[in-house]
Design a protein around this ligand. Structure first.
Ligand code: PHE
Length: 378
């Protein structure tokens, strides 16, 4: 006998009724309710698919979704009502499926509500007011090397120094020969050069110092000359915290009648006090450059330990800031300046080095990395 007692057939299910009675009588099976269960299950799957595809970008569409699926008279509710028509032993499985549907519908409703909410917020905000002042951009800062350069120029300008410029690609003559570097002399190896092109008259290279500008200036202008040569120079060095293949130099040249070593000393003494403060001590250490005679290295008291000795000054209390000397008579003559009548002094320093000392920067590479966290500090 059929196991179910209370199944109410709908009017158009009458064929099913006879079919059920027939089969149930003969086979005592649950075919009718099986079928009903299967239909319901496929209906559930179909609704789930529909829900997943549902799109809503307005509040109206969202409402439609709500009433169609999760409202009191929606699909989910009506399926729950049909629960009673399911055979008792299948009810549990059906219930699980139905709950899955309910969850899918609720999740989708939440997702759609959020989308609609976001959309309406954007579209309901007022149109852009073009008369409002723009959102301010964060201002950049002046690169520390540029600041140091400006400060150096400022100091020397006040004592009558102009500025001179020339190209970074130079020939061997202006970079070496005219500066009294003998051909094939080891002095040329003091500066590891990037040669660009072999040339019959003069090889082409990237200037290794701005002294080449001194030559060009002296060739063009007769004394009195009082000028700064500032710019980028290149040397074939492995890049590290202390060396780079490019850096910036400021050189100075003063040529006139009766210019002596005392002028050199006093000028650079004045410069060091202006840049580093009154308490700084300056010393001149004998040195060698092919283009100056006599030559001196200029040291100042170590800014970090104030002369007491630390690892920056290698426990000497002094740090080197520049090279200097009296312009070699050969150099003046090479430029057509009478070395009997005129004398001069020259000096040269690295802007990076000065900046590192001034701000206690430990790694030279920071200057070219353009990391805003570094640059913002200046
Ligand atoms: N040209 C030298 C250098 O680059 C610096 C210097 C300039 C030294 C002028 C003395 C006089 O090393």
């Amino acid at each position: 006998m059929a196991k179910y007692k209370a199944y109410f057939y709908k009017k158009d299910d009458i064929g099913l009724l006879f079919y059920d009675i027939f089969f149930n009588l003969r086979f005592e099976s649950n075919t009718s309710k099986d079928k009903s269960m299967q239909e319901q299950l496929s209906q559930i799957n179909q609704i789930i698919a529909e829900i997943k595809d549902f799109q809503a970008d307005t509040k109206d569409k969202l409402e439609t979704f709500k009433s169609k699926y999760i409202g009191k008279k929606g699909e989910v509710a009506s399926l729950f009502e049909q629960m009673k028509n399911i055979a008792a032993e299948q009810r549990k499985a059906f219930g699980i499926e139905l709950n899955r549907l309910k969850e899918v519908a609720q999740d989708k409703f939440k997702e759609l509500s959020e989308t609609v909410e976001a959309k309406t917020q954007v579209s309901s905000s007022k149109p852009n007011d073009l008369t409002l002042p723009p959102v301010p951009y964060a201002l950049g800062s002046i690169h520390p090397l540029v600041q140091t350069r400006a400060r150096i120029v400022e100091i020397f300008e006040r004592i009558g120094f102009t500025q001179s410029e020339a190209t970074e690609i130079e020939d061997d003559y202006h970079n070496f020969t005219a500066l009294n570097f003998p051909p094939n002399h080891p002095a040329r190896e003091m500066q590891d050069t990037f040669f660009i092109e072999k040339n019959q008259t003069s090889d082409m290279l990237l200037r290794t110092h701005t002294s080449s500008v001194q030559i060009r200036l002296m060739q063009q202008q007769k004394p009195p000359i009082r000028s700064l040569m500032i710019g980028r120079v290149y040397r074939n060095e492995a890049i590290s915290a202390r060396a780079h293949c490019l850096f910036h130099q400021v050189e100075g040249l003063y040529v006139d009648e009766n210019v002596g070593f005392a002028d050199l000393k006093q000028t650079l003494y004045h410069f060091a006090k202006e840049l580093f403060g009154k308490d700084i001590k300056v010393r001149y250490r004998p040195s060698y450059f092919p283009f100056t005679e006599p030559s001196a290295e200029i040291d100042i008291t170590c800014l970090i330990c104030k002369g007491k000795g630390c690892n920056v000054c290698k426990y000497s209390g002094w740090v080197e800031i520049a090279g200097s000397g009296m312009v070699h008579p050969n150099v003046l003559e090479n430029c057509g300046i009478d070395s009997e009548k005129y004398t001069g002094f020259a000096f040269g320093m690295g802007i990076e080095r000065i900046t590192m000392l001034k701000y206690q920067i430990k790694d030279l590479r920071l200057f070219t990395e353009n990391d805003v966290r570094f640059l913002r500090q200046f």
